[in-house]
Design a protein around this ligand. Sequence first.
Ligand code: NAG
Ligand code: NAG
Ligand code: NAG
Length: 445
Amino acid sequence: MVRRALSAIFALATLATTILADSAKCGPGNLCPKETPCCGQYGDCGVGAFCLGGCDPLFSATLDSCVPNPTCKGGDYSLDSLDDVQDISLYLGDASKINWQSQGKTVAYPPKDPNSLLLTMAEGTVGSLLASTHYVWYGKICATMTTSQGKGVVTAFIMMSDVRDEIDFEWIGVDINNAQSNYYSQGVTVYTNANNLTVSPNTVEKLHEYCIDWKPDALTWSVDGKDMRTVQKKETWNSTSNRFDYPQTPSRIMLSLWPAGLATNGKGTIDWAGGVIDWNSKYMQNGYYFARVQSITVDCYDPPSGAKINGKKSYKYTGTAGTNDTIQITDDLVVLGSLMGTGENPGEAPKSDAPEPTATVAMVPGGNPGGGGRQETPASVALSAGQTSAGGDTTQINPTAGANSGTFVQGTTNPSTGASMQPGLGKISGSALAIVLAVLGLCVL
Ligand SMILES: *[C@@H]1O[C@H](CO)[C@@H](O)[C@H](O)[C@H]1NC(C)=O
Ligand SMILES: *[C@@H]1O[C@H](CO)[C@@H](O)[C@H](O)[C@H]1NC(C)=O
Ligand SMILES: *[C@@H]1O[C@H](CO)[C@@H](O)[C@H](O)[C@H]1NC(C)=O
């Protein structure tokens, strides 16, 4: 498999300068077509990795297009090597083999005697992203980490569900004494939910432990063991949408470093992030900005009372409301045979003498190193919070986002393919981290 993927990469390299047609977009009122049934986390349709983590069941061709979400796996994940990290273009859905997926460049630190990983962001890239392969449906998730520093540089630790419920810690590189906390329900950007949490000493020089304690009825952010903010589910009732605007669906753990302050982003986004990024900054080392992640701990809570339980291996959506009561716990697990697979047709692993895939479909959100002709490119991230963004020809991930004042891109150029990979996360918020929508065509030039 590895050799095959590599040969596909080389084949793709020759296509690097080809700009392929945009793939279908997905979002409210706009489901993916049968040929590319999966609505990836950046709002475009594809197969393969589009059907894995971040695949939105509500906008995919059917509820079975996205593969079921592997259930919560508790433990202490000490991120002291890249052994448990796999590039998104190599992951086919077997969460029993690998706990973290990456986009962009993650490096072991220090180089000789690593005890952490660095998320890096060099000029010309859109930073990096680490996402868990397992989902959490309520639990206590803690990250021991430092943040990056500098104008326009944003570090994030968030929980994000496939229907875009989100719980955030975000750090703006010009404010190293605060973490911004926020939460979203189904991607609806409500700017008034953001809140600053003081961190002392600062977030850059010292490792701190940031925890999200997510229960069915309350959500607490804490720093170094001290509770800083609690939101009760009952306070979040929204009579317009007729549901609790409370994160309530299985979510992945994501850590990222991204360039909110790209000059091409919207003014609101750049201002929120403290200005345009300086790519000759004293805060860069080895040519990149960086944030250090030492460990992540996960304590899985029992399924909520009333949950539909028919197994214990995966979470599946049984309806399109995207709320807690449309989640079922099952034993259905799907591992794709190749990046041409989908939840409905996972496919077989290609035989070694089979021809290279020739289909021109998108297989990896933000890039397609695994073969096939589709080269997707940039990623644009939509921010939210008072300064939402989404841009240009970007598909808005956030179904109900209001005015978008900016756009930014998160992704990174993959040197071996010429394809641009985008790490992103969801929608962002003035803080939230939201991250990303993938946009085709932005960086292709
Ligand atoms: C958080 O602090 C920053 C400055 O450090 C400020 O610009 C922002 O308005 C604050 N946000 C909230 C929600 O208070
Ligand atoms: C309630 O939900 C609607 C529709 O999603 C959204 O536009 C509005 O901002 C929400 N209201 C509050 C107070 O969050
Ligand atoms: C879903 O949320 C509603 C409203 O808070 C609650 O009554 C119900 O028990 C929850 N169901 C599950 C399965 O969590």
